[in-house]
Write a protein of this length. Structure first.
Length: 304
C-alpha cells in the first residue's frame, strides 16, 4: 500500500485500465492529479495497489472515499483486474472509527467491490445512487432521426431553422486546448443565471484550464460575429465522447443555441463513427428525448 502526504499527488498505480467499461477520463492520473492539485481537498491520498489492481482513494474525517469528488467526477472504478488484493488491504483499515463510502460506481465495478469486501468478513451495503444517460450511436444520421421519433426529429429541425433565422448559420467548430473556444466556454458559463453562473470559481477555472491542456479534451461550439452562442466542453478517446459541461449565451436563449449545438454534436459523433455519446450524470429529460438510455450508478458503503 502506498500512502502520500497532502502536498504530493502519487505517480504510481495508475498504469492499469479501469475495471468498469466506458468510464472516460475520470479514473486517470491526469484527471485526478488536476483535481487534486487545483482544488486541494482536505484529505490524504491512499493509493492501494497489488501490482495488478489499484484503488485510488483518499481519507478525511474517518471516511475513505475515491479520489475525485462526486460533483466533478462522474465515474469511479478500481483499476486493473485484481480487486480482491487491494480490498483485502483496505478492509484492515476499516474499524469502529473509520468507514468506507465509494460512490459513482457503474454496476460492474460496484459488484466486484462489494463481493470482495464481503469475502473479507465485512457486510457492504450497495445502493442506487444516481444515473448517467448514455446514447448508443447508430451508424448513420438518418438512422438516428428514426430512432428519436418523428416528433423529436421535427422539433430539432424547427429549432435549427429558428436559430439560423435569428442568429445565422449553425456551424459546428472545435478547439483543442485552452484557446478561443475554451475562453468562450468560461465566459458564457459566468453569464448564466442562478447557481450555474457562480460555478466557475477561480479554483474551478484553474481545474478546467488544466483539463483543457490534456489530450482528448475539446470545446465544440457555434459562433456568430466573433463570439460563441453555445459551447460543449467534453472528452473523446476517438471511439466515444463524454459531455462534461456546457454553456450558452442567455441573451439568445429563445433561439435554443444549446440544443441546436447538442444535436449538431451528436450528428458529428455519428459521422466520426464513434460508438457512444455519454451525457454523464443527471437524468434531465432532454437527454432521454435525444435518445439516451439510463446507466445506473451505485454507492458501496462498509463499516465495522
Amino acid at each position: 500500500m502506498a500512502m502520500t502526504p497532502l502536498d504530493r499527488f502519487p505517480d504510481e498505480g495508475f498504469d492499469l485500465t479501469a475495471l468498469a467499461p466506458r468510464v472516460g477520463p475520470f479514473p486517470t492520473a491526469e484527471f485526478l492529479k488536476a483535481w487534486w492539485e487545483e482544488l486541494r481537498p482536505a484529505a490524504r491520498t491512499m493509493i492501494i495497489s497489488s501490482g495488478s489492481g489499484t484503488l485510488p482513494l483518499m481519507e478525511s474525517a474517518g471516511v475513505i472515499r475515491f479520489l475525485g469528488d462526486s460533483d466533478l467526477t462522474d465515474y469511479h472504478s478500481p483499476l486493473g483486474q485484481d480487486v480482491q488484493g487491494p480490498v483485502d488491504i483496505l478492509a484492515t483499515m476499516i474499524d469502529r472509527t473509520t468507514s468506507l463510502d465509494l460512490d459513482s460506481l457503474p454496476g460492474e465495478a460496484a459488484t466486484a467491490v462489494a463481493s470482495s469486501l464481503a469475502s473479507t468478513g465485512l457486510r457492504p451495503k450497495t445502493s442506487e445512487q444516481t444515473v448517467a444517460r448514455v446514447l448508443q450511436l447508430p451508424s448513420s444520421i438518418d438512422e438516428y432521426h428514426v430512432m428519436i421519433g418523428k416528433r423529436e426529429r421535427h422539433e430539432l429541425r424547427r429549432k435549427r431553422r429558428r436559430y439560423e433565422e435569428q442568429i445565422g448559420p449553425a456551424t459546428l467548430r472545435t478547439d483543442g486546448g485552452a484557446g478561443f473556444g475554451f475562453d468562450e466556454f468560461v465566459r458564457l458559463h459566468r453569464l448564466a443565471p442562478g447557481d450555474k453562473g457562480t460555478f466557475m470559481t477561480g479554483e474551478r477555472h484553474r481545474f478546467f484550464t488544466r483539463l483543457a491542456g490534456q489530450d482528448g479534451w475539446r470545446v465544440d461550439y457555434m459562433e456568430n460575429g466573433g463570439v460563441a452562442t453555445a459551447c460543449l466542453f467534453g472528452w473523446s478517446d476517438g471511439s466515444d465522447y463524454y459531455l462534461y459541461n456546457s454553456s450558452f449565451d442567455p441573451a439568445v436563449q429563445a433561439a435554443s443555441p444549446g440544443l441546436v449545438l447538442l444535436a449538431g454534436m451528436i450528428e458529428h459523433a455519428i459521422t466520426e463513427g464513434w460508438g457512444v455519446f455519454d451525457f454523464l450524470k443527471g437524468d434531465e429529460s432532454y437527454k432521454a428525448r435525444l435518445g439516451a438510455e439510463t446507466r445506473q450508478l451505485f454507492r458501496v458503503e462498509a463499516w465495522r
